[in-house]
Structure formats: structure tokens, C-alpha cells
Design a protein around this ligand. Structure first.
Ligand SMILES: NC(=O)c1ccc[n+]([C@@H]2O[C@H](COP(=O)([O-])OP(=O)(O)OC[C@H]3O[C@@H](n4cnc5c(N)ncnc54)[C@H](O)[C@@H]3O)[C@@H](O)[C@H]2O)c1
Ligand SMILES: [Zn+2]
Length: 460
């Protein structure tokens, strides 16, 4: 199931170049259908969404929009759903939620949502910075977004873990209203919504859910940003509504690149590859190794494990179309290949994993050492599992608190500063032919307000 390519062979080069341009999936063939869904939801509102739920999800939604709170009061009943879960599942979800929240609190405090550093006579900022330079107050204010939409998939499988991984960073950032869109949420999904501070549940999936989040419904105000993974319809809809709202990025099928040397345990390498191959027929399970012998051993372990897998059909489809082992001549080449492919998950099955990690500039999440299963990052460790796929780690980042902020800059001139800098502003404006800009400066320079003798106190 694992084709092996040796560096130097023509197949190696063609495989590597195909992998470099794998992209986040082909959205062109769903674009016409998704465009029509979005238009119809904008025109038809709630009844259009309900119609698409019947058509694509083959069910009727009893309550399309529900807020946090007990079922008896019309709420989505997250606390009740949590209480209904088997105790060990409940405890696992609570542990995951606590770990993910703690990680994102660190991320908030380390980033520009951390404590503000402000100059004494500037405005109060919750987060950001301000300073004075030559009579000019300058600064950046950072605030959480007001309303965000979180998509959690619910087509072929349900992902309560994705609810935690998307909604908790938003809550820790300070977002007041978090709308979760997920088709026919089960108890675990509702419980995860409760643990993540979700304020509203939209009982819909697909492009119709994205359109409802972006443009609103009579019973649902539009959101400012939509985040979270989904299938091609969801990804395409996010792309099409971008501009009217913000989005986190386009997430394609899950991917893993295992980097291994001759010291790696082929059974564990194979186990990591299989754990990502079971997500989707379109998932990529890739191995880059300095040892041809290891590649052959991993191939044998994959074949041996297949019969015991419950999602064997998906795994086989993924491996037969998207798996590859690349055998290279040196450790430096492992780093170069990882850099070129910019993969979502990179599992380091090598001696000195930290050393190799520091040589790689682009990846989504690094799983360091063979005691770190990718599954730990998917479920429990702390960082969000919503990660850039399809090579978008070149410019993307894991979903984080920084995805849920707006920034504003602030500027305040004193009279002395405008006297010094006004003529420069005028020259720049006139050089662009924008005379009214220059006039807005010269009027002030000529006014009484700028003359400290006539005005009393100055702020310089
Ligand atoms: N990267 C991550 O963190 C992560 C996490 C979980 C899931 N995923 C991925 O998300 C994806 C989830 O896909 P899914 O399909 O299971 O669920 P989904 O919720 O993304 O999509 C289901 C929706 O698709 C719509 N749909 C289905 N067929 C349609 C059609 N013919 N026309 C129009 N709309 C249609 C329906 O409205 C349905 O509600 C998978 O690829 C999975 O691997 C990624
Ligand atoms: Zn996974």
C-alpha cells in the first residue's frame, strides 16, 4: 500500500513535484452549486436553510437556532447533554477542554492580546500598546471580535473535539458571542459546545450554514468571522463569503508527514500514518526517511495493520491514492523536503527531533519524538488541531486566539509636533496632487488653536 521512491529516480522527482502542488483540494466543481445555495439563503432566509437541510441532510430541523441554556427553556441543553454522557467520556472531554483552555491562555498572554503597555496620558487600552515620540501619541488597540461563527463538521462523522479546538480559542480571546454551526449535533457535540462557552447553536451543516452565519437570518445576527474545518461545500462557501466576513483559511483533507531515520520504530511510524489516513479518502499519509530498509518495514506494518482497522475502506482509499515514501540521502534532505511540502502534521521519528525541527521553517504542528502520537495533538495536548493543510503552512498558522481579534491604530498630534511635521505632510500630499489634504494641514498651522501663546496650555 506504500509506494517507495528513491531519490535520484525520475519517479521520485515527479512524485515530489506533484506533492508540492497538492493544494487544499479542488473546489471548482462545487462552486456553481455553492454559489446558488448562498444566493438562495440570502434571498430565502430560514425557509431556504430548512429546505437545504431536508435536501442534503435528509432530515427536518426542529429548532434551527437555539441559545445556551436548559432545553426546557428552549436552550440547546449543553449542560444536560454533558450530564447524559458516560462518566468516562464526560471526564475526558472536561480534561481536554481544560488543557486546551490553558494553552490558549498562554497564547493570549504571550501575544498582542496580552497586558497592554501604554503611555501615561494616552487612552486606556485593554490590550495593545501606545507610546509618545516627538509630541505624537501612537499606538495599537487590540480587541476581541464581537461575534464569530464556528463550523464543526457533522456529515460523515461528528467532531466534538473540533468544537473544543475552535470555540475555546475564541472564548479565551474574549469573544462574547460564539455561534456553533453543526448538523444534528449529538450529546458529545452539545457538551463540547457547553464546555467551550458557545452561546448559540445553528442546527445546520454545509454551505447553507456558512451563508446563514455570514448574512444572518431573522433569528440570527450575522457574524464577523467564520472558522473551522469542513468538506468541500463548506470550504467553498467560506471562500465565497470572504470579504463580507473574515475566515480563518481553507482547510482541506488532513495530512501527515513522518520524518524517520534508521532508529525509528516502523510500527509506530505506520500507526501515525494510519491515524491520519483514517480521516478521509483524500488524506495524505507521507513518509520521508533516510533509510530504505525502514521504508520497507513501514510498508509491511501498514499492510499488516489494515485488517484490524474499523475504517479500513477509507484508509485503503487514502493510502492507495495519496501515500508515498520518499527515501533520501541525508538528514538535511529530510528538512528540505519537509520545508517544501509545508505539511499540516509532521511527526519526528528521528534521533535529535528538536534539532531537525529547528531546521524546518514551515509546518502546521510538530510532534516531537516517537512517544508523541499525532492523536495527542488531535484530541488532548492543548494547541488547536485546526491547522493549515495543502501547503498553506507556508503562510497559515494553527487556529489561535490571534484569529479572534481586531486591531486599530491610534494617532494624536500636539501643536509642536504638527508645527514640525505639518510641512512634510503638505509636501507629500501635494506630490500626490491631493491639495485638500495639504489644506487640512495648513488651516491648522494658521489657526489660533496651534499657537500656545493664544491657547494657554500646549500638549507638546
Ligand atoms: N482539519 C481538521 O481539523 C478537521 C477536523 C475534523 C474534520 N475535518 C474534515 O472535515 C470534513 C468533514 O466533512 P463531512 O462531509 O463529514 O461533514 P461537513 O459537516 O463538513 O459537511 C456536511 C454537509 O455537507 C453538505 N453536503 C453534502 N452533500 C452535499 C451536496 N451534494 N450538495 C451540497 N451540499 C452537500 C450538507 O449540507 C451537509 O450538512 C472531512 O474532510 C474531515 O476530514 C477536518
Ligand atoms: Zn487526526
Amino acid at each position: 500500500m506504500l509506494p517507495i521512491y528513491i531519490e535520484g529516480s525520475p519517479q521520485f522527482e515527479s512524485t515530489l513535484s506533484a506533492l508540492r502542488t497538492r493544494g487544499t483540494g479542488d473546489l471548482a466543481n462545487v462552486t456553481p452549486a455553492v454559489t446558488e445555495i448562498i444566493d438562495n439563503v440570502r434571498r430565502g432566509g430560514t425557509s431556504a436553510v430548512l429546505g437545504y437541510i431536508e435536501k442534503f441532510e435528509r432530515r427536518t430541523s426542529k429548532a434551527l437556532v437555539r441559545h445556551a441554556g436548559p432545553e426546557a427553556e428552549g436552550g440547546f441543553g449543553g449542560a444536560e447533554a454533558l450530564a447524559r454522557l458516560p462518566p468516562e467520556v464526560r471526564a475526558a472531554l472536561e480534561t481536554a477542554a481544560a488543557r486546551i483552555a490553558r494553552y490558549h491562555e498562554r497564547q493570549r498572554d504571550a501575544g498582542d492580546l496580552g497586558p497592554a503597555s501604554v503611555t501615561a496620558n494616552g487612552p486606556a487600552l485593554q490590550a495593545g500598546f501606545s507610546y509618545e515620540e516627538e509630541g505624537v501619541l501612537l499606538g495599537m488597540r487590540v480587541r476581541p471580535l464581537r461575534r464569530v461563527g464556528v463550523y464543526a463538521p457533522g456529515g460523515k462523522a461528528r467532531y466534538p473535539s473540533s468544537v473544543l479546538m475552535s470555540a475555546l480559542p475564541a472564548r479565551i480571546a474574549g469573544v462574547q458571542e460564539i455561534v456553533l454551526a453543526s448538523p444534528s449535533a449529538d450529546d458529545a457535540t452539545l457538551a463540547a459546545a457547553h464546555l467551550s462557552g458557545v452561546t448559540t447553536l445553528l442546527d445546520s451543516g454545509g454551505a447553507q450554514a456558512i451563508a446563514a452565519l455570514a448574512y444572518g437570518l431573522p433569528e440570527l445576527a450575522p457574524v464577523d468571522k467564520i472558522v473551522g474545518p469542513g468538506n468541500a461545500y463548506v470550504a467553498c462557501a467560506k471562500k465565497l463569503v470572504f470579504g463580507d466576513v473574515s475566515i480563518d483559511g481553507i482547510t482541506g483533507p488532513s495530512e501527515i508527514l513522518a520524518l524517520a531515520d534508521e532508529s525509528a520504530d516502523p510500527r509506530l511510524v505506520a500507526a501515525d500514518l494510519l491515524s491520519q489516513a483514517e480521516h478521509d479518502e483524500a488524506s495524505y499519509a507521507l513518509l520521508a526517511t533516510t533509510s530504505a530498509k525502514l521504508a520497507e518495514a513501514v510498508a509491511r506494518e501498514l499492510d499488516a495493520a489494515l485488517p484490524e482497522l474499523t475504517r479500513r475502506a477509507i484508509v485503503e482509499a487514502s493510502l492507495s491514492t495519496h501515500a508515498a515514501a520518499l527515501v533520501v540521502g541525508s538528514r538535511a534532505r529530510l528538512a528540505e523536503i519537509a520545508d517544501q511540502l509545508a505539511v499540516e502534521h509532521v511527526a519526528f521519528h528521528v534521533a535529535d527531533a528538536e534539532g531537525l525541527f529547528s531546521e524546518i521553517g514551515t509546518l502546521g504542528a510538530a510532534l516531537l519524538g516517537d512517544l508523541t502520537p499525532v492523536a495527542a495533538g488531535d484530541y488532548l495536548a492543548g494547541p488547536s488541531h485546526v491547522l493549515p493543510t495543502g501547503g498553506s503552512a507556508r503562510f497559515g498558522a494553527p487556529l489561535g486566539v490571534y484569529d479572534f481579534v481586531t486591531r486599530a491604530s491610534l494617532i494624536r498630534y500636539s501643536g509642536a509636533a504638527l508645527r514640525t511635521q505639518g510641512p512634510i505632510i503638505e509636501k507629500l500630499a501635494l506630490a500626490e496632487g491631493l491639495q485638500a489634504h495639504a489644506r487640512a494641514v495648513s488651516l491648522r498651522l494658521a489657526s489660533k488653536a496651534i499657537d500656545p501663546a493664544k491657547r494657554g496650555t500646549s500638549q507638546s
